[in-house]
Design a protein around this ligand. Structure first.
Ligand code: SF4
Ligand code: SF4
Length: 187
């Protein structure tokens, strides 16, 4: 998708809300595009990290929530490592996700909601992610039982996936996080 900039005045002030939530000075972006050139998911989206920043600078308003990148960002922080202005896009994306939910933004597309739900369910149960449980829930829900299974034995052999969940996490702390309501950014 592309972000269309209209001449109409947009309600609200998204850039300030994002800055308040993330603590990042978005207006300092130079549009050098080093973030976009290093981002591993831009091949899957039409909007790049630098486009997201530019759209906020130009005050496109809530249309920004239509961008798939907000939900597909892997929080790898490659962009942050490359940015001369030290703009942490992973935190900017976190803030945009929070605001999208608060403002009843567009629903996430494809299997993204199912993946997020499967991930959060294991974190809620064990206090941290449990890969096998998450993969099983996702595959059952998406009816893609055999997709990517060829990679599974090698990942298991290299210890990239644990067969048994970790029971080390502080579950009380996790319960507090899940019980917390999203904060109001207007205050
Ligand atoms: S690398 Fe930093 S300064 Fe350059 S476009 Fe991306 S966010 Fe802006
Ligand atoms: S943190 Fe997100 S936006 Fe930045 S490089 Fe990684 S995937 Fe791309």
């Amino acid at each position: 998708m592309s972000i269309v900039i209209s001449k109409e005045k947009q309600a609200g002030d998204l850039i300030n809300d994002v800055q308040k939530l993330s603590g990042i000075d978005i207006r300092s972006c130079l549009q050098c595009k080093k973030c976009s050139n290093g981002c591993p998911v831009t091949g899957l989206t039409n909007v790049h990290p630098s486009d997201i920043i530019r759209a906020m600078q130009l005050n496109v308003g809530d249309k920004i929530f239509n961008s798939d990148l907000i939900w597909m960002c892997a929080s790898c922080e490659t962009c942050y490592a490359r940015c001369p202005m030290k703009i942490n896009m992973a935190e900017v994306m976190d803030a945009l996700r929070v605001l999208s939910v608060q403002k009843n933004g567009p629903k996430q597309k494809g299997n993204v909601p199912l993946f997020n739900k499967s991930f959060l369910r294991t974190v809620k149960m064990f206090g941290r992610t449990y890969d096998i449980g998450m993969i099983a829930a996702y595959k059952l829900g998406s009816a893609s039982l055999l997709q990517d299974t060829d990679k599974f034995p090698m990942m298991l052999l290299k210890g990239k996936i644990a067969l048994i969940p970790s029971f080390q996490a502080d579950k009380k702390y996790t319960r507090r996080i899940f019980g917390r309501k999203l904060g109001n950014t207007q205050s």
